[in-house]
Design a protein. Sequence first.
Length: 198
Amino acid sequence: MFKLVDIQDTIRLPPTRFGAPPRAALTTEITTRYANRVLPEVGLVLALHDITSVGDERLIPGDGGSHTTVTFRVIVYAPALGEVGMARIAGCDAKGLRLSTGFFEDIYVTAAHLQTPSRYVAGEAATGGVGGWVWSYDGNDLYMDVGDIVYYRVVGVSFVGVHLDPAAAERARVQWPAMTITASLGTPGLGVTSWWAS
């Protein structure tokens, strides 16, 4: 689910960073630009791992900053198809479940990817008056409640309108998340972890 990705980019250091140690200044600028951003067809950048090479600084007329070509590695959340992970149920509706890892909120389990037979119940007392999903197994109703931890299998990863420009990324996020994961709970061993503990 996690991997190191090599990136080469030209990083601009503003004049306010000239007094700082060069690697520390580059680390700050790289982290600001890449952390918590989705790289198209790669995944979600979590953090800078290391800087592997730093080129010569260049000054561009009319720009007070220095521009440096830097090669570095970042830690990326990039789940592969078929991979199994753990997440918490963050929400549900009649269409399915939304899962969260704590740092990634856009994992979706459609009704077709739940255990069968499952049904959606709207506002039952057993679910605290909130709608939820129930799997009927051997005559027992097993509830999938918001907050439960589940095992899931990745069945799809989608990227939509990804930008490295923070302002453009924020505008796009309002419409649709830049990266979404489609997951399944529909095979034995997947679903609420407490089901399989006993």
